[in-house]
Ligand binder design. Structure first.
Ligand SMILES: [Zn+2]
Length: 235
């Protein structure tokens, strides 16, 4: 039997490439963009530029949540199928993260941080079934900071004329949510963040992947707590 394997890609704009150094080690599954954000936060803490650090750290964990809504104009006739897959994908992450899951699905076509969009082909990627284009921006001053995330989750609902089944569609969306939460792609199959193998769907994070996201969020939070403690001490 032919096993078609697809890559699910992530594009993050607004961040430079990863560097090493600073802070405690993040899980090896962490996306380079999150490593870079964590490094920039560590560097900022070392220079006592706390608002800069807080912008990167809170942007990494989405302290105010991050919202997604389905663009129904992109998938006429498939709205129910894609909505249901998105709900299952989010439920799989909520199962692992519980109330700490920052991702929220808004009603279809609502104004959200990211739009879930069905496309006919994935831009710039050959064999991909999904691609998240995530733009993060950060701003800070002596008195305040802010961050925002926006973009688009592009997904295919069929490949070479063959429709993805419900589990495959759930995997594609759940995988892109994994990127949104800070995970990198993996090379091996059998993982949510690995290549998708048709008819052998991984419809939620493995225990290891779930633990990695929990650990990333913990590391970011520890640094946020340290900053607040330092600020209290110097107040
Ligand atoms: Zn991917």
């Amino acid at each position: 039997m032919k096993r078609a394997i697809f890559c699910l890609a992530l594009l993050v704009s607004g961040l430079a490439t990863a560097t090493t150094g600073g802070g405690k080690a993040l899980p090896s599954m962490t996306h380079p963009s999150w490593v870079r954000a964590y490094d920039r936060a560590s560097e900022a803490v070392a220079k006592q530029d706390f608002n800069k650090a807080l912008a990167f750290l809170n942007g990494g964990i989405y302290d105010k949540g991050v919202t997604i809504s389905l663009d129904t104009s992109s998938c006429p006739g498939q709205v129910d199928k894609v909505s249901a897959a998105a709900k299952r994908a989010l439920a799989a992450w909520k199962k692992v993260l519980g109330t700490d899951c920052p991702v929220r699905l808004l009603p279809n076509d609502a104004q959200a941080d990211l739009s879930l969009t069905v496309v006919k082909s994935i831009p710039q990627e050959g064999d991909a079934l999904g691609l998240i284009e995530l733009k993060k921006s950060y701003a800070w001053s002596a008195g305040s900071y802010r961050h925002s995330s926006s973009g688009k989750i592009n997904i295919l609902t069929s490949y070479e004329g063959s429709k993805l089944d419900d589990d495959e569609l759930t995997e594609v969306i759940c995988h892109e949510m994994g990127h949104l939460l800070g995970l990198a792609d993996l090379d091996h199959t059998g993982f949510l963040m690995g290549p998708l193998v048709r008819h052998e769907s991984v419809v939620g994070p493995t225990q290891e992947e779930g633990r990695a996201v929990i650990a990333i969020r913990q590391r970011f939070r520890e640094m946020i707590d340290d900053i607040h403690q330092t600020a209290r001490r110097s107040a």
